[in-house]
Design a binder for this molecule. Structure first.
Ligand code: B12
Length: 208
């Protein structure tokens, strides 16, 4: 049993095999980061490439996503661990028009595990909802996720609205098409291309 078995099981949409292989890998001491990055996340890149080349379509992408999420659920208790005291409040969501939530959920899980109070607004979240949630919960940081180039402008709109509302919340952005340069361009306070990086960024912004 290897990490490749996990990757192959996700690509084959075999939820049960994903769960069994993830459990077996954890039990045999495979590093959690490897299971996550080289197994589950890498598998989504394989599916994405197959989608680009017309080998698979949306229903298959969705099945792979469900298989991946089943594996993530097994990993979740191992991703969290520093939740002893609340260190601040973080609002998170996938922006308007975008339904991708695997990466957002992963960030949410790790931020929660690092001891922050996380308010997860879900997917397809419009600017007004982000602003009012940041206000109501007195958020320290608002995290925006986007996986489509067509929904990235919604990040710019939300970052601007949060600043204009005069809230204390800092904004950070992420998702496969997002870059550091884009974060700077739209005036966001930070960017990371992975979930542990998001946690580090949030810690720094709150300490600043
Ligand atoms: C699974 C998937 C789907 C699933 C989503 C299921 C779900 N519940 O999320 C479904 C089938 C619904 C789907 C639909 C579509 N999809 Co899709 N999808 C994917 C796929 C294969 C994987 C995405 C994923 O989960 N990656 C794994 C996660 C862990 O990675 P991640 O999201 O990038 O997150 C990490 C980091 O980016 C970061 N991060 C994420 N968010 C945040 C936030 C913050 C604040 C920070 C700091 C960091 C951070 O941390 C995460 C962990 O490391 C990608 C291909 C790819 N490789 O990205 C295509 C992809 C994103 N989809 C694509 C497309 C085109 C679509 C559709 C338009 C297809 C269609 N014709 O209908 C629809 C759009 C639906 C909509 N309105 O949103 C394109 C986008 C192209 C583009 N340039 O815009 C891609 C790239 C596929 C491709 N190669 O063409 N999709």
């Amino acid at each position: 049993m290897t990490i490749t078995d996990i990757l192959n099981a996700v690509v084959a949409f075999d939820r049960q095999a994903v769960v069994e292989n993830v459990k077996a890998s954890i039990n045999s001491g495979v590093p959690i980061d490897d299971i996550l990055n080289k197994g589950l996340i890498e598998a989504m890149d394989v599916i994405g490439a197959k989608f680009s080349s017309g080998e698979v379509f949306v229903p298959e992408m969705l099945q792979a996503a469900k298989a991946m999420q089943a594996g993530l659920a097994v990993l979740k208790p191992h991703l969290t661990g520093d939740a002893l005291m609340e260190k601040g409040t973080v609002v998170i969501g996938t922006v308007k028009g975008d339904l991708h939530d695997i990466g957002k959920n992963l960030v949410s899980m790790m931020v929660e595990g690092a001891g922050f109070n996380v308010i997860d607004l879900g997917v397809d979240v419009d600017t007004d909802k982000f602003v009012s949630a940041a206000k109501i919960h007195n958020a320290d940081v608002v995290c925006l996720s986007a996986l489509l180039t067509t929904t990235m402008p919604s990040m710019a709109k939300t970052v601007k609205a949060i600043k204009e509302a005069g809230l204390k919340a800092k904004t950070i952005i992420g998702g496969a098409p997002v870059t550091d340069a884009y974060a700077r361009q739209i005036g966001a306070d930070g960017f990371s291309n992975n979930a542990p990086g998001a946690v580090e960024l949030i810690r720094k912004l709150i300490a600043a």
